[in-house]
Write a protein that binds this ligand. Sequence first.
Ligand SMILES: [Zn+2]
Length: 183
Amino acid sequence: MNILEILNSRGLHLRQNGNGFAGPCPFCGGEDRFVCWPDQGRGGKWFCRRCESETPGRSGRSGDAIDLLRELDGLSYQEACNQLDSTFSASTPPPGLSHGRKNDVNQAVWRGRAKALVESAHSELLRDTDTQNWLLQEKFLDDSSIKRNMLGVITTGSSQPRSEWGLPDMAVKTDSSGFLPAW
Ligand SMILES: [Zn+2]
């Protein structure tokens, strides 16, 4: 995520201006007083001509994408870094699968397989009245909870090559003792 995207997601649209972009300032408004260069530094650099400076005697306020997120949302430095990085999740492995290098995980394949597994397990549970009754009596999970949360049951174990899941080579196993994909 860069400064342009941060502002776009808040309804502020900047237009190209020279080698940068200009538009309303998220802090003090206006039309074109806020300028930014999204390709510079970490997530871009910005400058507002009108915002009051923290340095007396100088006008303007500036920073990078981290500073912008911190000031817009009152975040700590670390929180702002996390927020900036979290938007790169398309190339980040799912939690719990952080072994293996990031680029080794094929997100589309992984998500597709996990989704298919969740859906087939859910369908299986919907057909399995014994398990549904057990969930209701032992876990107080009724029909609407099962559907709302896409709960499922896997009764047949199967071991599948990780490559089929878009994951780097290493054994992955699904079995009836429980396997919870998350995405
Ligand atoms: Zn401003």
